[in-house]
Every structure is written in structure tokens, then in C-alpha cells.
Design a protein around this ligand. Sequence first.
Ligand SMILES: [Fe+2]
Length: 241
Amino acid sequence: MKREDFLKIGAMSGLSTVLTANQAFGRNLTDNTIDKLVDINGNFIQQPLPYAENFLEPYMDSETLHLHYTYHHGGATKAANVDLKKINQAMQENNLETVDFWTKKLSYHLSSHILHSIFWTNLINKQTSPGGMLLKKIEKDFGSYEKLKVYLAQTAKNVDGNGWGILGYQPYTDKLTILQCENHEKITQWGVIPILVIDVWEHSYYLKYKNKRADFVDALFNIINWDNAADRFNDALKLTR
Ligand SMILES: [Fe+2]
């Protein structure tokens, strides 16, 4: 479905339509299966949520989701546009005194935009489990789905400060890999394509779970959209082969 078509349908139905996993993911994608995060002018854009703000209750409360999507993800998207503008301005004026500052900021804000955009489509209001090629790959690289779950949960729960637990595909080694990302951009392996991301910034859970990040991560496994993760894995393979 084209984005324009989605918006028309959303307007007709008061945006109450809940998209299936494939629709939600497909709407975010460009022709080469990368998430569409920029408009035709190269400005960063935030895709609409693929569901209502109360869709993930009770595991993720609507107030948290509203604040998270609107102000944290939204704020990063806007800031990334400012960063890019400042870099372009510095280049045009041939004044590179502060360009390294804005380059660092862009890495932070754009990484936030990318991970949050993936995060929303990684969630659904029911329990799912991986299947197909993704399950086979998980079993090959981690031993079993249960072992992967324990590894990913442990990694996400123990991020120092704010960050993300990430399951990604590493094309250089043809393996699934786990990252313990700090902030939005630190501690990575070059080339990894995120498949499933778990936001453990305090803004993700503090209203409902207070200081109990581990409870939030455990609860999140009730609403992970493994169909979406499988779609992302399949597309990562297409991108890299
Ligand atoms: Fe976040």
C-alpha cells in the first residue's frame, strides 16, 4: 500500500484502523526495502504510528506511548533536520569550525530516528513467535529461540544508562548478532541491519514500571511482533545478496 493510500484510508476511518504486520512494515518501506525516513527533499520525516496509542495496553500504557512517539522520537526527528541544516550551512559558507559538533549530533539524532521507527513496527498487541527462515537462522546462530530470548533480554536489561538491546543481521559474517547499544549510536558493529530493537531508555517505561527496567523488558516479550522481525530479516538478506 502506498503511503498516500494509507493516509486516505486512515482519514476515512478516523485512523482507528489497525494495520497488519505486513501493512505496517510495508508502509514504512521504500522500493529497496529500507525504511522511508526522508521525504523527496531529503528532510527527515516521522511515519505515523501503525496503531492507536492504547493498542499495546496493558504492557505499554497509552500515555507512555504518546509521549514517547510524539516528543522523544518526534524531537529526535526534528533535531536531525536541524543538525543536517547546520552541516549544509557550514559547508556552503566554508566555515567548518563547528561542523564536527553537528556531525556528532546528527549521528545521535538520526540513530534515534532509525531505531524508534523500527521499534514501533516491532510491536503488536498479541504474543507471537519467530517462524520460517528467521527461526531457522536463530536456531543455527543461537541454538534455540529460548536461548536467543534469554540473551537478548539480559543484554537489554543491563545496558549502562540509556540505550537499546538489538537483534541484527551482520552481512559480513552472515550471522544474526546481538548489540548492547548505548544512547542511540554507541557500541555497534559496522554493517549490522537491525531486525528487532528494544528501547530501554527510561522514557520507555518509567511512568508504568518505575525503576524496574527488567520487568518492562520481560513484559515486552508479550507484544513483540516476530512477523515484522521476520520480514526485516528477509529484506536484510535481499539487501545484502
Ligand atoms: Fe525511545
